[in-house]
Structures are given as structure tokens and as C-alpha cells.
Ligand binder design. Structure first.
Ligand SMILES: Nc1ncnc2c1ncn2[C@@H]1O[C@H](COP(=O)(O)OP(=O)(O)OP(=O)(O)O)[C@@H](O)[C@H]1O
Ligand SMILES: [Mg+2]
Length: 248
């Protein structure tokens, strides 16, 4: 009884909490005709849980549309923080981030996020079919996504041939957390999921660092393909992630 009471009160607190950045909110402008320039202007940032520690100090960074920029630097220097700020998981304490000429804080969160995809180090797949897992990334309702669009995303993620070689194809169950696939296969499905929304901005947070060198090569070539024609910001520990970058 007492643990149920405590749990219920936690849930009620959670339901009552007002997030500072509300993904459901319809307020703000809808971004249109994007070119995909990302610009940090004088950005300062502290995590709310550690207000005394300034993680970013007066950061200026411009990533031109369609270019590939690699962020490198020692552990803890703030690379993932930059990606989280672009995703708008947090807002800067000072300064602004712009998409093209618009401050991202003035855009409708959900509409803004439709133009961004993130591939992180540990791909998160869910129990269900490959089709289901890829469609999770779609910006429009899944029934509006055509088979051609799904195949195109999988082709660009270098995983289509593998899916077609399975007896059940797109209807193959991946198992809980994708347990029936290898690390590289999971990561390429995560890339297909990132591409299905055809994002203007692709964010890669050490997307290959958990892989062995053979699957790293396959995933890296999928990422190079995926980066074509869009703004890409990649965090990298390995040289192979940075060698095709326009800037470091
Ligand atoms: N949620 C958080 N709350 C408080 N401090 C955080 C949080 N996340 C990161 N930090 C701190 O912010 C700093 C920058 O972290 P960040 O994750 O951006 O580093 P990073 O450059 O991505 O490092 P790595 O290469 O190890 O992934 C670190 O000092 C870290 O301790
Ligand atoms: Mg990091």
C-alpha cells in the first residue's frame, strides 16, 4: 500500500510538471523553406542540475547548409551538450541558436524537430518489426509513408539488401531492444529511421564508436551516404568519422 501511494504521488507530480520546453506546444512559428544553416551565437550554457559549472562559454559556431562538420575534443568538453542544445532538450543560459535566420526558441518545437535527426552511440530499437522501428522516425503519420520511401531510407542506410535477404523482410521481429540483430545492423536501422524523415540537419553522436572495425566500416559508409545533401554535425573519437568532414 505504502509503495503504491508513493509511486502514485510520483506519477501525479510527473503529470503536473510543466516542462520548460514543451514538445506538445503548438506555439511558435513553423519553419519553412529551410536551407539548414545552424548557427550558435555567443552561447553560454550550464546544466540546470549544476548551475555553477559553465559547460559552454561564449560559443560561436556556424555550420553552412549541406556541409559536414566534425566536433572533436577531450571527454567532457561539451560536444554532446552542443547536440542536445540543437535538439532543444535544453535552452542556452545566454546567447542564441539559429536555424537559417530564425532563433530555434521561436519555432514550434515539434515542427522544428521534424527537420532534425539524431543517431547516437547506442541505437534504441523496440520490440516489433523492422518496418515499425524504421517508421518511428517518420515526420508524417506512418500510414502516409510509402514502401518506396521506406526502401529508399534503408538503401541509403546500407541495410536494404540485408532486410530483403530475411525470410520475413520488413516484417521481421527485431526482439526486445533489437536483441536479434547485430550491433552494426541495429545501428543501420537507426540510421534508416533517422533518414525516413529526410532531415535538413543530421546529428551523429559517436554513431560508430560502439562497433567493431568491420561493422564500423559498413556503418561509416552508410553515414557518409546519409550525410549527402544535408547539414551534418558529427561527434567523433575515431579518425574515420572525421576524414570526410569539411571542417573540424
Ligand atoms: N545532465 C547533466 N547534468 C549536469 N552536468 C552534465 C550533464 N551532462 C553533462 N554534464 C557535464 O557537462 C560537461 C560536458 O559534457 P558532455 O556530455 O557535453 O561532454 P562530451 O564532450 O560529449 O564528452 P564525451 O566525449 O565523454 O562524450 C561535462 O563536464 C559533464 O560532466
Ligand atoms: Mg558525449
Amino acid at each position: 500500500m505504502s509503495s503504491a501511494t508513493a509511486a502514485a504521488s510520483d506519477i501525479i507530480d510527473l503529470l503536473d510538471s510543466k516542462p520548460e520546453i514543451d514538445a506538445q506546444s503548438k506555439s511558435g512559428r513553423i519553419p519553412e523553406d529551410l536551407r539548414g544553416r545552424v548557427r550558435f551565437e555567443n552561447v553560454q550554457f550550464c546544466y540546470p542540475t549544476r548551475p555553477g559549472v559553465r559547460v559552454l562559454r561564449k560559443l560561436d559556431l556556424t555550420v553552412e547548409p549541406g556541409t559536414y562538420v566534425a566536433l572533436v575534443g577531450e571527454s567532457g568538453c561539451g560536444k554532446s551538450t552542443i547536440i542536445q542544445l540543437i535538439e532543444r532538450f535544453y535552452d542556452p543560459s545566454d546567447g542564441s541558436i539559429y536555424l537559417d535566420e530564425q532563433p530555434i526558441s521561436e519555432l514550434t518545437v515539434s515542427e522544428y524537430r521534424k527537420h532534425i535527426s539524431l543517431v547516437s552511440q547506442e541505437p534504441t530499437l523496440y520490440a516489433g518489426t523492422i518496418r515499425f522501428n524504421v517508421l518511428l522516425g517518420a515526420a508524417k503519420p506512418s500510414w502516409q509513408v510509402t514502401q518506396e520511401e521506406i526502401e529508399e531510407a534503408c538503401r541509403n542506410a546500407n541495410i536494404l539488401d540485408f532486410i530483403n535477404s530475411l525470410p520475413d523482410g520488413f516484417e521481421t521481429q527485431v526482439g526486445g531492444k533489437g536483441s536479434q540483430l547485430s550491433g552494426g545492423q541495429k545501428q543501420r536501422i537507426a540510421i534508416a529511421r533517422a533518414l525516413i524523415r529526410n532531415p535538413k540537419v543530421l546529428l551523429l553522436d559517436e554513431a560508430t564508436s560502439a562497433l567493431d572495425s568491420t561493422s564500423e566500416k559498413v556503418v561509416q559508409s552508410a553515414l557518409d551516404q546519409a550525410a549527402k545533401g544535408r547539414t551534418t554535425i558529427a561527434i567523433a573519437h575515431r579518425l574515420s568519422t572525421t576524414q570526410n568532414a569539411d571542417r573540424m
